[in-house]
Design a protein around this ligand. Sequence first.
Ligand SMILES: [Zn+2]
Length: 245
Amino acid sequence: MTVDVEYDYETEKSDSVPLIVPRLLDYFRKKKITATFFVLGKIAEKYPAIVKDVAKEHEVASHCYDHVALSSLSIPEQENQLRKGKKAIEDLGIECNGVRAPYYMIEKNHFTLVKKVGFRYDSSISTFFPGRYAHMPQSKPFIREMVVEIPVPNWLPFFPPAGLSYYRFFYPLSKAFQLPSMIYLHPCEFMDAPITKELPRIIRNAYARNQGEKAWKIFTDLIERSDCEWKSCREYVKSLPSFRM
Ligand SMILES: [Zn+2]
């Protein structure tokens, strides 16, 4: 179970972190779910108390410092994003072992940098749009440069999508989807706020579909029909026999 905690890029004048993160914490506690919250460095600086609350029961990992595509940056800038994002969380006294790149956009040198900065695992590969996601349409976890990669399965044959956004977009058809092995969602999906006009209309319509309380219902229904134990990435990595964290 993963939550990407960032600014509300898709909605106008909304700030979902103080409203939605506590709601997720309550729900996860009730359902005995442990999650990884990939927190943007700037959000860790803005909401230190909320991030510390998350860390009491869940894993806090990094979503880099700014929400910029690493693939658009030079290698020293990429390293800086990874390092600053990790430090923003560690400055709160929280251990930070994992990272997820914004937009899942990484370069081929990504694992070298992730290891150099001191992360133990990465979750930055998605199987949708292979060109965009570093040409690595992997769906099963693997180890590279001593870093565990936990890919995000999206639309490979026989792999159900991991993003709540797809379940929202295709609802009610998505009720028939297989359950994913990983979920990722964003707090702002649960906000009933207007979608920012800066986005192209087609994207705006996609984001607006089943947002807010409808998104909450789709998400909680998905959890209700699952009969597995939802865990954090840290717990998953710890369970790998060849890798101790
Ligand atoms: Zn993000």
